[in-house]
Design a protein around this ligand. Structure first.
Ligand code: ATP
Length: 460
């Protein structure tokens, strides 16, 4: 067996964003989109490892928001829908960012992103146009005639899908208040500032849930969802010191919101929003009711009254969570024999693979045995098989893509029907019999899964 020495030193600092961008491309998490044509601003394609993490993020969200609950159901609404939806929601009028141009270099900047009075591109001071509002919705034409009546929009959020289907879902599921409707899907915004890799892109994926409740219970539910959503990020293994809850000031609130708290992450460039938890009041149902002429109320069988429920909305972005996981999990360590190794300390549930099966070499007796062992494992765990290059390099590769465990098949395996399981973080190795392999892997992965605090242990 190749022996490795345990780590003696590890960097505490966050990696530079370029380090993450380069790792993402080199290992197949995220590629620049249309790279062979020189790329396309703020567009990215996800590679074989990136799609695995995204799928895990979506599944873990769906699991905790829909499948494990009695009070929430899911839907999938159309991306392009009747433009009147965006009139009613307020997006046509007020979904905009204040835009200014630098008079010296013509750079276009979001006024609310300006720090001080200097142009971030050329450094000129106080030389800007007046701010004007720039609508963020991406427009398209539907049908064969290109006139104004054919204008439609790519949805800028998934939330409206839930509001316009409130009546349908309520009638078909017969849910009583409080209940929620959840959706995962792509949204589009013609963002002006798109730096920081996949943190802000024009096409991105959202996971949103609209929780309808009695108005008098809405503050309580807002506080419940703040805690519950924070717990979910602990489950993903994001370090608690890198997470915080921040309440919006009155002037910061979106047009629909009567109170919003953001779950924020500490990045190198400052704290940034990971998820917004908004109290939307009765804004959306009332708007759609008056614009459509359909009554969107809930009949309360206890009081015999029709009420307009209030809404609490946790809204998260899949791409931003993926970026956060890569940054948060990234470590460079110096081992006792002076080598540096890069390790992504991802929680097993969000690692692209839970386990790698590695024969010690491409020896003709080891390879078929290793493949047989892989066949035992793969129905139960997300796994990879790799026999290219030296075992040391293959360990490094698995460390770098965050695989928590590796099963090594060596010459002793042929005699003792046992394999070695190597731990990514401690590099410790234990020997386990092949007939107990899945049980051993499951136990070890459970030990590596982050502890999630109970609701009453969370202070926000
Ligand atoms: P920001 O202030 O960063 O523009 P926002 O407050 O407009 O975000 P919301 O409308 O609350 O964002 O959207 C909910 C979530 O969707 C965000 O917390 C984020 O994770 C994700 N999201 C929003 N816009 C983008 C984008 N352009 N690219 C990637 N993710 C996004």
């Amino acid at each position: 067996m190749a022996s490795e020495s345990p780590n003696i030193e590890q960097s505490e600092d966050q990696p530079a964003l370029e380090t993450i961008v380069s790792l993402a491309k080199r290992r197949g998490f995220v590629y620049p989109s249309a790279e062979i044509y020189g790329g396309f601003a703020a567009s990215y394609d996800y590679g074989p490892l990136g799609v695995e993490i995204k799928r895990q993020i979506r599944d873990l969200w769906w699991q905790s928001m829909v499948r494990e609950r009695e009070d929430i159901v899911g839907i999938e609404a159309a991306i392009i829908t009747n433009p009147r939806v965006w009139e009613a929601s307020g997006h046509l009028d007020v979904f905009s960012d204040p835009l200014i141009d630098c008079l010296k270099c013509n750079a276009r900047i979001r006024a609310d992103h300006l720090e001080g009075n200097q142009c971030p591109e050329c450094g000129a001071e106080d030389q800007f146009t007046e701010a004007r509002e720039f609508n963020l919705m991406l427009r398209t034409q539907v049908g064969p005639v290109e006139d104004d009546s054919a204008t439609a929009y790519l949805r800028p959020e998934t939330a409206q899908g839930m509001f316009i289907n409130f009546e349908n879902v309520q009638t078909t599921t017969r849910k009583r208040l409080p209940f929620g409707i959840a959706q995962i899907g792509k949204s589009f915004r013609n963002e002006i500032t798109t730096k920081q890799f996949i943190f802000r892109t024009r096409e991105f994926e959202q996971m949103e849930m609209e929780f309808f409740c009695r108005p008098e219970e809405s503050l309580e539910w807002h506080s419940y969802w703040k805690k519950e959503r924070l717990r979910w990020y602990y489950r993903l293994g994001i370090r608690s010191e890198n997470l915080r809850m921040r309440d919006h000031d009155a002037e910061e609130l979106s047009h629909y919101s009567s109170g919003t708290s953001d779950i924020e992450v500490r990045y190198r460039w400052g704290w940034g929003e990971l998820e917004g938890i908004a109290h939307r009041g009765d804004y959306d149902l009332s708007q759609h009711s008056s614009h459509s002429g359909k009554k969107l109320t809930y009949f309360d069988p206890d009081t015999n009254e029709h009420i307009v429920p209030h809404v609490i909305e946790p809204a998260a972005g899949v791409d931003r969570i993926l970026l956060t996981l890569l940054i948060d999990a990234y470590n460079e360590e110096t081992t006792a024999n002076g080598e540096t190794r890069t390790v992504l300390k991802l929680a097993p549930e969000v690692a692209p693979a839970e386990i790698a099966v590695l024969p010690l070499s491409r020896n003709e007796r080891l390879v078929p045995t290793a493949k047989k062992i892989h066949d035992l494992i793969r129905p139960h765990f997300r796994s990879q098989y790799d026999d290219a290059q030296s075992i040391g390099r293959r360990y490094r590769r698995q460390d770098e893509i965050g695989t928590p465990l590796a099963v090594t098949v060596d010459f002793d395996t042929l005699d003792d029907d046992a394999v070695t399981i190597r731990d990514r973080d401690t590099m410790e190795q234990i020997r386990v019999p092949i007939n107990k392999i899945n049980e051993s892997i499951a136990n070890r992965l459970a030990e590596l899964t982050p502890h999630v605090p109970e609701m009453d242990e969370i202070n926000v």
